[in-house]
Design a protein around this ligand. Sequence first.
Ligand code: HEM
Length: 150
Amino acid sequence: MADLTGFLGVTMLWVKAAHVIFVIFLMAGLFMMPRFFVYHHQCAIGSDEEAKWIDREDRLRRIILNPSLIIVWILGLALAFNGGYWSEGWFHIKLALVLALSGYHGWMIGYGKKLKKGIRPLSEKQLRLLNEVPGVAAAIIVILAVVRPF
Ligand code: HEM
């Protein structure tokens, strides 16, 4: 439900649209990065091919992932202050899940740094399985934000 009575007024609809747009960019990045890691794992350490994947991972992090996460948070918090959802159940669970998703984001950045140093802690299969995490989290977050079952 759109709350047009908050401090954002009707602009709230534009803020919400921008929030969802950057959520899409963020999710695209969160889905792409572990895929990149799988391809990265298939290259020999120190090879030219590996250098290309390191460059692609750096760009994805710098241009898509980090800016999108920051913008999603700023707009999401603006919407939360605007609507005053602090005591609502759906918002508490959504917040817990977006914190977990942000933790996953941070972990992925850390994993990229390890790959750069030639350390490969996970198997390709584990990376593929891990890729299910953001999808499930996003599905629950969207249901909470749209349906607001509690
Ligand atoms: C990062 C911290 C986030 C915060 C603080 C936040 C906060 C909010 C708030 C307060 C609203 C309600 C706006 C309103 O109708 O008054 C909202 C809407 C929405 N959020 Fe987020 N959000 C965050 C991240 C995300 C993420 C990661 C997703 C998806 C994976 C997401 C998906 C949505 C969707 C789809 C809506 C529109 C719901 C609707 O109007 O029916 N949000 N967000």
